[in-house]
Write a protein that binds this ligand. Sequence first.
Ligand SMILES: Nc1ncnc2c1ncn2[C@@H]1O[C@H](COP(=O)(O)OP(=O)(O)OP(=O)(O)O)[C@@H](O)[C@H]1O
Ligand SMILES: [Mg+2]
Length: 509
Amino acid sequence: STGKTLDTVKPEDNPKKSVINWAYIRENSAKYEAMKWADLPPIEKNFYKESSRTASMSQEEVELWRKENNNVICDDLKEGEKRCIPNPVCKFEDVFEHYPDIMANIRKVGFQKPTPIQSQAWPIILQGLDLIGIAQTGTGKTLAYLMPGFIHLTSQPISKDQRGGPGMLVLAPTRELALQVEAECLKYTYKGIKSICVYGGGDRKGQIDVVTKGVDIVIATPGRLNDLQMNNFINLKSITYLVLDEADRMLDMGFEPQIMKILIDVRPDRQTVMTSATWPDGVRRLAKSYLKNPMIVYVGTLDLAAVNTVEQRVVVIAEEEKRAFMQYFIESMKPQDKVIIFVGKKLTADDLASDLSLQGIPVQSLHGNREQWDREQALDDFKKGRVRILVATDVASRGLDVHDITHVFNFDFPRNIEEYVHRVGRTGRAGRTGEAITLVTKNNWRFASELIEILQRTDQSLLSLAVFYLADESQKRTRNLKPSTSKEKVTNMSTHRGLQKINRIYFIL
Ligand SMILES: Nc1ncnc2c1ncn2[C@@H]1O[C@H](COP(=O)(O)OP(=O)(O)OP(=O)(O)O)[C@@H](O)[C@H]1O
Ligand SMILES: [Mg+2]
């Protein structure tokens, strides 16, 4: 009987043809798509007025600026004839002089000048182009997309009421990051722009109330937004400015299905901005389907590299010595030090945290199995300095901006090398310096070469000899150190010949 329906052809009538009439389906879905987006108001996208100072920069000046600002590289990813890449804006006035409220907000926080990614991203985004912005951790990517978003929102030809839903959507991979972006948004918004954070674990009814009363900016984690979308609490058709913060994380296997569902309801002629500090190959191809003729700006390198304001140290160690070494590290912390200790498992986080608590050391933990209220409390305690140690899983690896973190301690090596870069970037932000200590055991050996490459990118003097030595050591490492927690033994590790430094790699032998 199925052979008689419109979309199918009886196999016995035409054995060579596919049973499903794909051409018919495609044609209809195209018609449906067109219908779905038929009655939408036009979008205004280009608000850029180049200042005379920016316009007067010579090609040589532009190139010099790009080189001197951590090597900014721009590319037009449009097929065929390339468009002109705008000159960078060197001062805030060059781009926001027609927006005095924005200028006032910037003066209030006292920033001196735009960061490199901001200088180059703002003129591109303000022209209405899609952008992929890749720049090191802690270099102001949030404002790079928020500021043009504010201008886009408040300069549309239709009023907020006519819009019938939010105009801007920012997607972020974790609740803590979504909340932080919302806080950043609240700091700078103007003209009464209303924003809300829609995130799992948060007050769902409260979120629905705000969303249905009318809001301009939605900052969301994909899961909760999906939930509100499926239950028709939120209209996504009104969104004209879309941001995927931590884009590579958002487009990886875990999040892609949810993002795809969300984007079914977002108009295809929207403007899209993606940002991250890492941009792995697999994601590059995937991203294409979400962007239209984007430009890409990357600061430094597209290769994986950690931010150069962090001193990275690697400690090669046996699994059973890790706790003792962490203990030693904690005992040698100075009063003003603040550390995130990253672990692989929620269980380990709880375990380490309770261990320290029992010793009377104030500590908090952050991971996906804790209640939302506890997660927010933990981060707040850490931010405000009520605790100076936070034990966390990779929920804390991306985007979190706690300005006075001095150390990142990788107790367990991360699942993938991108997360290493993001973890390290929790310190050394906005021009400050920091230190990262990473424990490496033989179980992490498959990451060795990638890790060495990252170390080499920030420290050319690293001996490649050390690499071979490391690899060799790992193979013949069969020693059986007695599990030791005694303080004396631990201190010995750092002061005696046991700890050898070859540039930034230490061996506890
Ligand atoms: N132009 C500027 N001058 C000085 N500080 C700035 C400037 N722009 C942003 N900042 C500050 O720098 C810090 C880091 O910014 P932000 O969190 O946006 O970094 P990011 O690039 O998104 O990092 P990550 O990759 O870790 O997410 C913030 O505290 C922010 O307020
Ligand atoms: Mg960020």
